[in-house]
Design a protein around this ligand. Structure first.
Ligand code: ADP
Ligand code: MG
Length: 300
């Protein structure tokens, strides 16, 4: 196992941030660690990377225990913290050289060049970190996390605060890196795990509420059909709710309604209803249920 977490609890003073958390991550996966703010994601990641100790339970990385063998763990793990505390007065290369020194990396100059190429820092490599955009700072953070060629990468909200272009670039970069390494990345954005993670662990109030292949979590939703129907004139929720086979209906906007229905055939009933009321169905569209609804169900 790349990461093995067993019955971990973390208590800050009076507050339980993690409550009997267990999961394992196999090599070669990109795992999304998904949860609302305050769920315990960063706390879990700080424990895995030996920054803080758990209160009870055990954590190992590539077979090394975080309490017994922290030095071995740190050799195997690269970490991009949530508020990536980069030294803004340092030049990009100077900073990477500094980090490389901490890890006692040989042929440092060559390795730094390799990292700059890998994360796409080329054109910005001679600047001070403080002069870089958030997207480029994240690249420096990723280079820093990978400079000692760890097997496992822990990325805490790596795309938070990026604009849509930067987001796309950093996601692609992470996907590429994931071909070689095991990655655990935290996020509170559902689309993120759909876009890049093959497995998803959902955490809420310090407890694991789902742990599955991303695809399987998405499939859980497929039994539920949601239709978006636009009529040409107004009607009432009460009337629509009475159509046979309709589980729930809510207004989307104006004359557009979202129907949760039992099965596809219920569409006929909606057409029948419209005909009787002399209403025209302008459009009818199946909404794909995303991981977002699984997430909402599990965390509210
Ligand atoms: P997330 O990263 O999912 O947003 P965190 O792990 O940062 O969540 O926080 C989990 C809970 O623990 C939150 O309620 C937070 O306020 C609390 N917490 C985090 N760090 C500390 C700390 N150093 N001292 C006290 N409480 C903390
Ligand atoms: Mg956090």
């Amino acid at each position: 196992m790349s990461i093995e977490v067993k019955n971990v609890t973390k208590i800050y003073g009076e507050q339980k941030a993690l409550d009997d958390v267990s999961f394992s991550i196999e090599p070669g996966h990109i795992v999304g660690f998904l949860g609302p703010n305050g769920a315990g994601k960063s706390t879990m990641m700080k424990i895995i990377t030996c920054f803080i100790p758990q209160t009870t339970g055990s954590v190992s990385v590539c077979g090394f225990d975080v309490i017994e063998n922290p030095i071995d763990v740190k050799r195997q793990v690269g970490y991009l913290p949530e508020h990536n505390p980069l030294y803004i007065d340092m030049y990009v290369k100077e900073y990477l050289d500094f980090v490389g020194g901490v890890y006692k990396i040989e042929n440092r100059t060559a390795r730094i060049k390799e990292m700059i190429d890998m994360v796409g820092l080329g054109i910005e490599q001679n600047k001070k970190i403080g002069a870089l955009s958030k997207g480029y700072r994240q690249r420096v953070g990723l280079a820093q996390a990978m400079i000692h060629d760890p097997k496992v990468l822990i990325l805490d909200e790596p795309t938070t605060g990026l604009d849509p272009n930067q987001l796309e670039e950093i996601r692609n970069l992470i996907k590429n890196i994931g071909k070689e390494k095991t990655i655990m990345l935290s996020t509170h954005i559902m689309q993120e795990v759909e876009a890049i993670c093959d497995k998803t662990i959902i955490i809420n109030h310090g407890k694991i509420v789902a742990n599955d292949k991303t695809q399987d979590l998405q499939n859980q939703q497929q039994n539920q059909i949601v239709l978006k129907v636009e009529f040409d004139k107004s009607t009432t929720q009460k009337d629509l709710q009475n159509i046979e086979g309709v589980i729930q209906v809510k207004n989307s906007n104006n004359n557009t309604w979202l129907f949760e229905i039992e099965k596809d055939a219920v569409r006929n009933n909606i057409f029948q209803f419209a005909m009787q009321k002399e209403i025209v169905v302008l459009s009818i569209q199946k909404e794909t249920q995303s991981l977002e609804s699984v997430f909402k169900k599990l965390t509210t």
